[in-house]
Design a protein around this ligand. Structure first.
Ligand code: SF4
Length: 232
């Protein structure tokens, strides 16, 4: 199965960079707050995009693009991921990978082969199996998440860990706990929950936390991680 979505130009998917965005299908998680669940539950409903056309576009626009964001779904499940990274790199563009961190061996291989420039890994919850499984919608082996966190922190490339603060599933103190568990780390992004179009119908009715609560949370997390970004 191929690339299922392509955005030619984005200013919001890699802070400070002009990028294109590639969407890959399928995921090993079923997060109730997922917005891309169509790609996960019914990837066959989305036609494959023409690979050569995408690469031609990237080649023709490589002067104004900084890089390509590869997202999903979960890109590390995709057999063609290495090829996409290599082809993008060969055009002189950088690669940002969005991942849920559940395939540590795949991440390590990508890093060993020097195929990514930036990794944004979701850290859904404090690193305990019960709560992490709840936020991921499947039973999670938390050691795999911890392994990916370690691999990314010691990779030498730029990265961020990021948490979406879902009321009813995460309390503000859970987010502080995550920042403590990640510390020391380069960057931690706290993301506002957007109820509309969540996979869980129940969550669509949940009101996001007030921005002031998230600002306070960001201040608290800065005690453990130097750079805390609030996306609210
Ligand atoms: S890991 Fe990402 S793509 Fe997969 S279900 Fe969760 S939010 Fe959706």
């Amino acid at each position: 199965m191929g690339i299922k979505g392509f955005i030619k130009t984005s200013l919001v998917d890699w802070d400070g960079k002009v990028t294109s965005v590639i969407f890959l299908p399928n995921c090993n998680f079923r997060c109730p707050m997922c917005h891309n669940y169509g790609l996960i539950l019914h990837p066959e409903r989305y036609p494959d995009q023409d690979y050569e056309e995408i690469m031609n576009y990237l080649s023709e626009n490589s002067d104004f693009l900084d890089g390509v964001v590869i997202t999903g779904g979960e890109p590390t499940l995709h057999e063609g991921l290495e090829r996409i990274c290599k082809d993008v790199r060969n055009l002189g563009l950088k690669v940002k990978l969005d991942t849920n961190g559940y395939m540590p061996d795949k991440l390590l291989k990508l890093l060993e082969d020097d195929l990514v420039d930036y990794i944004a890994m979701d850290v859904k919850a404090p690193l305990r199996e019960d709560i992490y499984s709840k936020l991921s919608g499947v039973k999670v082996d938390i050691e795999r998440i911890k392994e990916s966190i370690g691999i990314i922190k010691s990779s030498g490339i730029d990265y961020e860990f990021r948490t979406t603060v879902v009321p009813s599933l995460l309390k503000p103190e859970d987010v502080v706990e995550i920042s403590k568990e990640l510390s020391p780390a380069r960057r931690f992004a706290i993301q506002q929950f957007v109820p509309e179009n969540s996979m869980s119908k129940v969550l669509r009715e949940i009101k996001p936390y007030d921005k002031k609560i998230l600002e306070e949370l960001a201040r608290e997390c800065k005690r453990y991680i130097n750079e805390v970004i609030l996306r609210a």
